[in-house]
Structure formats: C-alpha cells, structure tokens
Design a protein around this ligand. Structure first.
Ligand code: ADP
Ligand code: ZN
Length: 522
C-alpha cells in the first residue's frame, strides 16, 4: 500500500476518508501547533474536520461553540457513530443528563464538547471549565459560524461578542474560528472580537485554476481515442478505469503501442504496487493506469494529465482524482470520457443494491456526475457549486468556456416531450416518458392506458438516445424539474409551460451525441 503521512493515516482511521480536501491538512497542522486560526471555507467544504481531527490528536478537551442546537446534535451524532468521544450540553437536556455529561468530561471520556455560547459563558458552567483546564487541559476553543460575532455578517448574535472573555480566563488556549461567509470586513471583525492573536488565516477555495477540464464523448474506438490523447500530452499522466481487468488491458495495449505504462490496482501484490508506484514517481514510466486504489498518499506534483476512461463514482471522487494533476501549479489537463453505456451499466449496478437508501444516494451521485459531464456551463461553475462555492463562469480554462458547443433548435421536440410529461400527469421518470413518446408497447404503458394518449408514438422519428439528450438538457437548462429523492420523477415548472406555449425556444448543445462503444462493459 502507498505510504501515508501520519495525518493521512489519522484521517483514514478516524473518519474513513482517503485524502484531505484543499486546505484541511495545512489547517490541521497549524492547529496542532496551537496557532490561533481563522478558517473560511464554503459550506460543505469540510470545516468541521479542521478542528475535529486536531481535537482527537491533542491532549485535553476541545470546546466547540455552535449556535444551533440541531447542528450540534447532528455533528455529535456523526462523531459518536464513528466511535469518537463527543457530547453536547444544551437546554434540551435534563439537569441529571447535564451532570452525567459533566462527569464524563472530568473523567476524560470526552474529546469534543459542543455547547452554545450563552451556556458556555454562564456562571454555572465556567467553574467546571476551570476545573477541566487544570485537571485535563483544554486543547482549543473552536468557534463555529464565527461570523455571528460581527454585526456586518448576516447572522449577528450578541452572545458571540462575550466569547472574548475566554481569552483572558483561559490564556494560552488557542482559538480556531470557522465560517463559510466572510467579507473582508467580517473577517477583521472576527479577529478583533474574538481576540485572535497573530491568527493564521485560511481562505479556502476549491478552484484549481491551473487545471483544464474537459469532457469527451467516448468514441467507438475508445482505445484509439485514448492513445491519441496520450500522444498529444507531454509529461506524466494517470488513466483511471473502474475495473482491474480494464486497467490490465489498457496498460498492456499502451505498452504495445510504445507508451511506457504500468498498471496499479488492489489485485496486484504489495511488491508490484510499490514497484510500479516508485517507477511512476521517478519518471521511469510516463503513464500509470489505475483503479481508484491509486492516489492515496501519492505525492507527485508534476502529473500533467489525468484521464478518466470510465465514469467516476461521484463528483467528489472526480474532483479528488482529477486533482492529482498539476499539484505544482503548472498547467495540467483533466479529461473525462463520457459514455452512455457506462451510465447504463452503473444504473444497473445501482438497481442491484439491496438497500433502498443506498440506491437513492447512489442514483443522486450518478445524476451529479452526469450533470457535470453533460453540462454546457463552465465546468468550474458546476464543480465548485458541488462544494457550495459560487463561481460565475467563463474560467477560460475548460472546454465549455474555450469551445462553446454549437446548438440546434429542438423547440418542437421539447414541446412534444413536455406535453408527454403533462399527459402522464408528472408521475413518471424519463425512460417511461420516452417509451410513451416512441410508442413502446410495454406492459406498464398498456396498464396505465397511456397508449391512448395523444402524445403516444409522436416521437418515433427520434432515437431513445436523442430523447434522453433532450430530456437531460431540459433538466440542465432548468426547463424541466425532477424529484431528487432518488426516484427522479419528471415535474413541469413555469418554464416548461412557457416552452409548451411557444413562448420560449429550446436549444440543445450537440456535444452529447451518444456514440455507444462496441467494447464489452465490465
Ligand atoms: P462545513 O462545516 O464546511 O459546511 P462539513 O464539515 O460538514 O462542512 O463537511 C461537509 C461534508 O464533507 C461532510 O459530509 C464531511 O463528511 C465531508 N468531508 C469533509 N472532509 C472530507 C474529506 N477530506 N474527504 C471526504 N469527505 C469529506
Ligand atoms: Zn470554464
């Protein structure tokens, strides 16, 4: 297995994650050095880990100030589920519960205590904290939603102002302040109002400016397409595939075609994996063909290209895996091959999952990957939106920005499609609607009597794939909606009705023209 840094091992051990997100590792290191910190990260970016991991690695209790009881309970629950000693004290507890939790703290059973500011600063609670300070030590104060301290923020809470007292009472205990939204003004306020000392400030963005993102429809001759792409690149690259078999096959073919390539997957012996990885890092070979097992803990800053030959599992993995390119800040290229056969295979695999909740999550994740791959907006806008970061397009460093796709007028088809959704009373998913449009004679349609609808069979002139491209494009463009509970039932919105009334035209980008591969899927 690849060598992990000790922090990465701890991350894996406590939280099960393979790698840090941007900024996290550095912040954790600073926290371990007892620095005062201000962390600004988009919502969903992974702020909690920045104080949770240090809390687990340091001696003593970390006190987490959080304004919302619901938020507190969720986080504590999640930590406890991971077997981590965390608890909260708030007004929802009885006197008895509070006392028993306080006792657990004094018995060093708790690493993270979540508490609301007014309770923390109450004359009833501070003496307990004094005791903790002297007996077991306070590792840090983590102030979540730190913008609440500022009148310039959107959620001012006067109690937060009082937190500065902690600095005097518990001098020497570092403070880490975290927020998602902070203008310069709010930032200054946080530092002043909380009395941070020589704070180390981190404003994390997930934007990797030096990476060029592109999506290529996978062609029939997908291996030739890959080979050509690799020949156009200089420097090292990683090719990610979903299965071990495919990794072996592609590595073998590339070698035959004169590209120095090695495979990497969990089916190889430790020894082979180690050797292959070392050859790659030392530039003895140009290309590593790998499953997702490769990358964890690998630090090769000058990877110039990452190609996803198969669809990634979800956008988070895509971001992490493609992000292994260009760590040195120099330009690098991230290419994703999009294949409709892949989507169908993954859909099938999902349908085989026994747990319906898992199925729903997996479907939603697949949906997000498809949205990214088919989207005609700036790729960065789509990726960063996933991490809660707003990026207003035109990055000039993705295929959609550099080569906007030609579009075709599909208004008539869109009207047919949407009317069919309406006739079926907005109770079905895309495949069903397409079946009705194409006049399929399946059982479900006959049972529902939908073969009698006026829209039945009016779309015979177009292929299933064409209709699917249109349907997805309508969703991307917001001209049609879809339930997000995993059932993906199509719903009309006001824009859909405008299209049906001919008040709005529909243009569809022509990238997504499907070219099914002849290769077997595995
Ligand atoms: P924030 O507090 O910044 O809004 P959270 O700390 O709640 O965000 O994290 C958002 C999500 O990201 C959580 O589901 C968390 O489990 C996940 N997450 C955080 N760090 C990582 C990581 N290094 N790898 C994978 N997932 C992560
Ligand atoms: Zn762009």
């Amino acid at each position: 297995m690849p060598q992990l840094s000790s922090l990465e091992s701890a991350l894996k051990h406590y939280f099960g994650y393979d790698s840090f997100r941007p900024g996290q590792q550095y912040i954790v290191e600073q926290a371990l050095q007892n620095r005062d910190l201000l962390v600004v990260m988009p919502t969903g970016g992974g702020k909690s880990l920045c104080f949770q991991l240090p809390a687990l690695l340091k001696k003593g209790l970390t006190v987490v100030v959080s304004p919302l009881i619901a938020l507190m309970q969720d986080q504590v629950q999640a930590l406890q589920d991971n077997g981590i000693g965390a608890t909260f004290i708030n007004s929802s507890l009885s006197g008895y519960q509070v006392r028993s939790r306080e006792q657990a703290i004094l018995n060093s059973k708790v690493k993270l205590l979540y508490i609301a500011p007014e309770r923390l600063l109450s004359e009833k609670f501070l003496p307990l904290l004094d005791l903790v300070h002297h007996q077991i030590g306070i590792a840090a104060f983590a102030i979540d939603e730190a913008h609440c301290v500022s009148e310039w923020g959107h959620d001012f809470r006067p109690e937060y102002r009082q937190l500065k007292q902690l600095r005097h009472r518990f001098s020497g205990v570092p403070t880490i302040a975290l927020t998602a939204t902070a203008t310069d003004r709010v930032r200054q306020d946080i530092i002043q109002q909380l009395g941070l000392i020589q704070a180390s400030i981190h404003i994390a963005s997930f934007n990797r400016q030096n990476l060029f993102y592109e999506v290529q429809p996978k062609q029939k001759q997908s291996y030739q397409q890959l080979l050509q792409l690799i020949r156009q690149q200089s420097g090292s690259g990683i090719i990610y595939c979903l299965s071990r078999r495919r990794v072996d096959e592609i590595a073998f073919k590339l070698k035959n075609d004169g590209i120095a390539a090695l495979p990497y997957h969990a089916g190889l012996s430790d020894r082979d994996r180690f050797d292959n990885q070392t050859s790659f890092i030392r530039d003895d070979v140009q290309v590593m063909v790998a499953t997702i097992a490769f990358g964890m803990g690998i630090n090769k800053p000058d990877v110039r290209f990452v190609i996803h030959y198969d669809l990634p599992r979800n956008l988070e993995s895509y971001y992490q895996e493609s992000g292994r390119a260009g760590r040195d800040g120099e330009p690098a290229r991230c290419t994703l091959f999009l294949n409709y056969g892949d989507i169908k295979t993954i859909e099938y695999l999902i349908s085989q999952k026994p747990n319906p909740q898992e199925q729903r999550i997996a479907k939603q994740q697949l949906r997000q990957v498809i949205d990214y791959a088919e989207g005609t907006d700036c790729r960065r806008t789509i990726q960063l939106a996933y991490f809660g970061e707003r990026f207003i397009g035109e990055c000039d460093n993705c295929d959609n920005c550099c080569y906007p796709k030609p579009t075709q007028d599909w208004t008539i088809e869109a009207m047919k499609f949407l009317s069919c959704v309406a006739r079926c009373q907005e109770r079905f998913g895309m495949s069903y609607i397409i079946d009705v449009l194409r006049g399929a004679k399946n059982q479900k349609i006959l049972q529902n009597g939908h073969h009698n609808l006026s829209t039945y069979g009016i779309g015979k002139d177009r292929s299933v794939d064409d209709w699917r491209i249109l349907g997805r494009s309508l969703l991307h463009q917001g001209l049609l909606a879809q339930t997000t509970d995993g059932y993906s039932v199509l719903k009309l919105n006001t824009f859909s009705w405008e299209v049906m009334r001919r008040q709005r035209s529909v243009f569809v980008a022509m990238t997504a023209t499907p070219q099914p591969t002849t290769e077997p899927q595995d």
